[in-house]
Design a protein around this ligand. Sequence first.
Ligand code: AMP
Length: 543
Amino acid sequence: MLNGLMMQTPLMISTLIEHAARHHGDTEIVSQRVEGDLHRSNYRELACRARKLAGALRDLGVRESDRVATLAWNGYRHMELYYAVSGSGAVLHTLNPRLHPDQIVWIANHAEDQALFFDATFLPLVETVAARLKTVRSWVLMTDRGHMPAKTSIANLLCYEELVAPQADACEWPMFDENAAATLCYTSGTTGDPKGVLYSHRSTLLHSYAVSLPDAACLSAHDVALPVVPMFHANAWGIVYAAPLVGAKLVLPGPRLDGQSLYELFEREQVTHASGVPTVWQGLLAHVRAHGLRFSSLRRTLIGGAAIPSSMLRAFEVDYGVDVSHGWGMTEMSPVGTMGALKRKHAADSPEQRLAVKAKQGRVLPGVDLKVVDGDGRELPWDGKSAGELYARGPWVARDYFKNQRSGVLRDGWFPTGDVATIDADGYMLITDRSKDLIKSGGEWSSSIEIEDIAMSHPAVAMAACIGVRHPKWDERPLLVVVQKPDARLTRAEILAYFAPKVAKWQVPEDVVFVDAIPLGPTGKMLKSKLRQQFRDYRWPAG
Ligand code: AMP
């Protein structure tokens, strides 16, 4: 084979921020800080501080491939860590602060995190878990000296700004194999423990290019991008890389994710492009409607992580003139697999027909390939009717999990997503079901198995199943179905109180129903599909 004669420059995350600093140096990064104020910086400053932070990491003893964890909101310091950690050859591990502390401990120990950087919001959480984090040597509060706590149980708590300030801005980013690990993000599994998805520099850059394309997020130097999707959810869907890549102004909302705060930030900073799960848009739309407001600058929303309700699609598109791109993806896909832009042929369609196409999860990003297969692994036709398990492959799709003990994640080189879907003749994919039993509440996964496990540890419970039931605010909430032991007299309040100290608040079942029996399948497993059918029209208690 004759080799091409082009430079073999590795695809490095550090090149994104250096590109932005050089070509979009004065483009703003605006962050709502945990400290309460709005902070303004730009790409030139971000790159400079990331280089200095890389020096600080070196002084802390962080070496190549070490994992550096964060517990942080979307903000400029978190962005600096994204570039400093990966850029210097270490691995940024974004912990999800919404998980139960026990899960955070398990994940941080599994990842063998060496350092933990966190926002002040999470100081109490870190104090609770610190003694159980076996590998963490450095604890850094992401703030300045004036906001450091007077008292804390964490010995040698370091101050972020004091680490950065004395460093010289002299760091040259190292060049290394583009397949080196860059970031780590854990996903909740249907069974057993969370699984670590380990992104590489190469996969991240290829994903960023694809996400920015016109038929995907359609981001450019004209845009003001606001990712509501957290940076601890698969790198904010890649927006933290795509924005510097194209030179878009970036607005980071910090901890203020309610409808009013988001609307005010949208208007003040003239946001054109926003991305997040359906739940956050519900809050925003409710606020806008209640106060008779309009969006003066918002042109596009990227909505995914869960199916977008058709009423929300209509509200954005018809009532507010905001273009919606419905995206599908998963942590294992970096995370974006499809997005929902229309084709030229749809220009002739009626508005209703166009909305019907947009309600689907969209077309695949170039670089990734999809297929739907039947139970025997045979590919099904793209007819918009044949539903089967969705398989994916491509350079930003996981081929294995971090420190995976079990073999064979892939099937014939394809990643089985666990989603059930159809694909139509134009390539638009529609998720029809989930083969998983996880419950997605407000964009966060809840493991039904974990809930059942706790319920069944109650002395009066014979059997328990937890299913997701549609909820007007949170997409889905867990409903606990319980069979009591003979002669037991358990009440709803008693069992809910039993959960309170054991799981995060949002994982506590929304309601409990008592039944005589739970249907079982041929291998003795609970038939949750049948239960879901039974409780499909279940009404949540008011309030
Ligand atoms: P996560 O790894 O937490 O991002 O969750 C990925 C899962 O969320 C997918 O496997 C789907 O089941 C679900 N999901 C993501 N986007 C969508 C969407 N647009 N519509 C329906 N389900 C979705």
